[in-house]
Design a protein around this ligand. Structure first.
Ligand SMILES: NC(=O)c1ccc[n+]([C@@H]2O[C@H](COP(=O)([O-])OP(=O)(O)OC[C@H]3O[C@@H](n4cnc5c(N)ncnc54)[C@H](OP(=O)(O)O)[C@@H]3O)[C@@H](O)[C@H]2O)c1
Length: 256
């Protein structure tokens, strides 16, 4: 029986992924900070803060075939006038970027006789920075850079370790509302339209699982044209992009 570890198993996508792999006959180790979870999405619950090297070694002790680093956090609280808060910055950076990177680094050191796929769940938000979800975007951008930059080295050094990245778009659920706490009424309406039209987690989970089976390095759920445009602008002219953010903040922020 194959084993998959899924972090954020209590969340919208984690639960859907867990149920998908259970239906396929896998042993699902669901990871949560909670110890009282019972959502029918795992074979075994692993309670973990997902912070340290020791936490990674508990994951590896299950001898998994796949680890999906799906836990993720947005800025649920912001400071006065929209400035990010230090404790939110610390925990978002840890769960969205440094812990997935630590899992990959630790896994690169183990000896394996069969493949281990380490799947980081990024976001289409990793294409460009945003004044409306700055800490989230920055953490996902860092994750994408790390997996694309370190992954080839690790795979060459340890052929059985494959660092891969999947970039979902909005999924119906609370996390899709990422930027709303800085938006004014007009910006909120635009975001609401996008979130209300977002696909259900079950559908996204199936697409992610099929992509995992495909063996590709990086996968992307439908990316709206506006995201592609921002990504190109940021890459081609970062100073112009910054000025656009200054303009966007004046237009769309509730603090101005
Ligand atoms: N939803 C979207 O629109 C969207 C779009 C693009 C990308 N994504 C990405 O897809 C992944 C899943 O999203 P989702 O919508 O399923 O999120 P979700 O429903 O909010 O679930 C995320 C789970 O992550 C865990 N978590 C949150 N903060 C944590 C922390 N500081 N340390 C450890 N665990 C933490 C929580 O589990 P416990 O409380 O049980 O520990 C939570 O249930 C995330 O990485 C997200 O960034 C989502």
């Amino acid at each position: 029986m194959k084993t998959i570890i899924i972090t954020g198993i209590s969340g919208v996508l984690g639960e859907a992924l867990g149920k998908y792999y259970l239906r396929k006959g896998w042993r699902v180790i669901g990871v949560s900070r909670r110890n009282d979870l019972d959502n029918g999405a795992f074979t075994e619950l692993l309670t973990s803060k997902q912070e340290s090297v020791e936490d990674v070694h508990r994951f590896l002790s299950y001898n998994p075939d796949i680890i999906v680093l799906n836990a993720g956090q947005i800025e649920t609280e912001i400071g006065e006038r929209g400035v990010p808060l230090q404790d939110q910055f610390d925990s978002i950076t840890s769960v969205n970027y440094t812990f997935p990177a630590t899992v990959a680094l630790q896994a690169s050191q183990i000896s394996r006789n069969r493949p281990l796929d380490i799947i980081a769940i990024g976001s289409i938000a990793d294409g460009s920075p945003s004044a409306f979800g700055p800490v989230y975007h920055a953490s996902k951008i860092a994750l994408h850079y790390f997996f694309s930059g370190v992954g080839p080295i690790v795979n060459h050094a340890n052929r059985n370790i494959r660092m891969r990245l999947y970039r979902p778009g909005a999924i119906k659920g609370p996390l899709a509302w990422a930027p709303v706490n800085r938006l004014n009424a007009q910006g909120y309406r635009i975001r609401a339209k996008r979130v209300n039209g977002a696909p259900e987690a079950d559908h996204v989970a199936r697409v992610v699982a099929e992509w995992i089976a495909s063996g590709k390095w990086v996968g992307t759920f439908d990316e709206p044209f506006s995201f592609k445009l921002f990504k190109w602008l940021f890459a081609l002219n970062p100073n112009f992009f910054y000025r656009l953010q200054v303009f966007g903040w004046k237009k769309g922020s509730k603090f101005v």
